[in-house]
Design a protein around this ligand. Structure first.
Ligand code: ADE
Length: 251
């Protein structure tokens, strides 16, 4: 079967960078969303801005599957670090996703997905390994190649790759209390964001292989907002473009 890769990004600017490398482009608009259909490195793909939060991302992921028949879904964006070893600019590829704000107790256990009998959704092992390999290749070339010398120095980037669990919720986490609360309940979580677990649930229900890639933009505490905009513009945009190009090269 010919692969048709769905690529979703959490920030409009990041996804604009990815759209820029598509060839043979066609634009389709559905539900206030722009889907760009085309090719990267001769592989068919559809690229869209997921919009923010679990509901918005679920809508976009469902449209990717139902309207564009994607065979695989790749989600790319930024996240706030919970694990101590993570540094700004590190990259986390998800093994499993969980919704940290889902709680239907006492009917079912905390974090359990209603009617799905599980707390975590696993990413596809092959797609996750492929994404990890592509990122390793890129990091071997050096981060300056991706973002330039100035941004590398400004943000003190020495990126490393991590595989682990990611938690999503409809909240931007920027307080020590909130980050510690999530960590105390879900101690293995590497980082937090607002869409991954929702896309995971959609992909589980539609049986579509998926992976989630997140660059650490902040530490999910009171410093979280400070340089977020600049980090997106100077680092995350370039990362997304380079990572997606490399993945599409390896697919
Ligand atoms: N995305 C990037 N940083 C985040 C944070 N601190 N909380 C939620 N989503 C994020």
């Amino acid at each position: 079967m010919t692969r048709n890769i769905g690529i979703l990004g959490a920030m409009a600017q990041e996804i604009d960078e990815v759209k820029a490398i598509l060839t043979e482009k066609t634009i389709v608009k559905i539900a206030n969303r722009e889907f760009v259909v085309g090719k990267i490195n001769n592989v068919r793909c559809v690229v869209a801005f997921s919009k923010w939060g679990k509901v918005a991302a679920s809508i976009t992921a469902t449209l990717m599957i139902q309207e564009f028949a994607v065979t695989d879904l790749i989600f790319i964006g930024t996240a706030g670090a919970l694990a101590d070893e993570l540094r700004i600019g590190d990259i986390v590829v998800a093994k499993r996703l969980v919704q940290h704000d889902l709680d239907a107790r006492p009917i079912i256990s905390r974090f359990e997905l209603p009617l799905l009998n599980r707390v975590y959704v696993n990413t596809d092992p092959d797609l996750t390994a492929l994404a990890g390999h592509a990122i390793e290749q890129l990091l071997m070339k050096g981060v300056e190649e991706i973002v330039g010398k100035e941004a590398t120095e400004e943000f003190g980037l020495t990126p490393t790759l991590h595989f682990g669990d990611i938690a999503s919720g409809d909240q931007f986490i920027n307080s020590v209390e909130k980050r510690n609360e999530i960590l105390s309940l879900l101690p293995d979580i590497q980082c937090v964001e607002m869409e991954g677990a929702a896309v995971a649930q959609v992909c589980l229900e539609f049986n579509v292989p998926f992976t989630v890639i997140r660059t650490i933009s902040d530490t999910a505490d009171h410093n979280a907002r400070v340089d977020f905009g600049r980090f997106i513009a100077e680092v995350a945009n370039a990362y997304s473009r380079a990572i997606i190009a490399e993945i599409m090269h390896e697919i």
